[in-house]
Design a protein around this ligand. Structure first.
Ligand SMILES: Cc1ncc(C[n+]2csc(CCOP(=O)(O)OP(=O)(O)O)c2C)c(N)n1
Ligand SMILES: [Mg+2]
Length: 207
């Protein structure tokens, strides 16, 4: 999870997969809890890399994919990056290395929601034609028009890998999808809802 601030999504998945029990969520973001605000490889079972400093996760993924190639162990590496994260030069250095080393065992999932921590991408740092850039950097790009539709996402994962090229799955997404008052609202990037809004959010999601 290169965009380490999306840790809650990762934690929910790891919990469902049996890495730890649900009671740990009661201590989310608390000192000594295993579920820190950003994933911590030393604290949380199932976490493969400590992330949160944007750009570093994709770099670690490239290293893992390269190591797997050397070892010939058939391991495949998956990492998710954000569009705001892609303001970091490190994303592009890592991408260049992935293409240079022909890491076709690497899949980068690009969460393109048009927003970051304090504004839209175009307000903070325009990415321009992101897909053209990733293609130019050597990725085989698979585009998903609705990245919030899990069937479309799964279909993208099942497309055959292009030999010798890293793959980028370009997801067009809506930030806050499914929670009426959060959708497309940059202000909810990292804010906790109060009890009333939490109840509303759960109703929205369950509905
Ligand atoms: C190196 C670095 N700089 C700044 C930050 C602060 N920061 C946390 S999240 C974020 C925005 C990330 O935007 P994006 O990748 O689009 O993720 P999204 O908000 O869409 O989930 C920023 C700038 C950080 N975590 N790491
Ligand atoms: Mg974003």
């Amino acid at each position: 999870m290169s965009k380490g601030h999306a840790a809650p999504g990762l934690y929910g998945t790891l919990c469902e997969r049996g890495f730890f029990t649900r009671d740990h969520f009661d201590h989310f973001r608390q000192l000594h809890g295993i579920l820190q605000g950003h994933p911590d490889i030393k604290k949380c079972p199932g976490v493969d890399a400590s992330t949160g400093s944007l750009g570093q996760g994709i770099s670690i993924a490239v290293g893992m994919a390269l190591a797997a190639k050397h070892l010939g162990n058939g391991v495949k590496v998956y990492t998710m990056i954000g569009d705001g994260e892609s303001d970091e030069g490190l994303v592009w250095e890592a991408s260049m290395a992935a293409a240079h080393y022909h890491l076709d065992n690497l899949t980068v999932i690009f969460d393109h929601n048009g927003m970051q921590i304090d504004g839209t991408n175009d307000q903070v740092m325009s990415l321009g034609d992101a897909q053209a850039k990733f293609t130019a950097f050597g990725y085989d790009v698979v585009e998903v028009m609705d990245g919030n539709d899990m069937q479309q996402v799964l279909d993208a994962f099942h497309t055959p890998v292009c030999p010798g090229k890293p793959r980028l799955i370009h997801l067009h997404t809506l930030k806050g999808k499914g929670v009426s008052f959060m959708e497309g609202q940059v202000a909810w990037h990292g804010k906790a809802p109060n009890d009333e809004l939490t109840a509303q959010a759960l109703r929205d999601l369950e509905g």
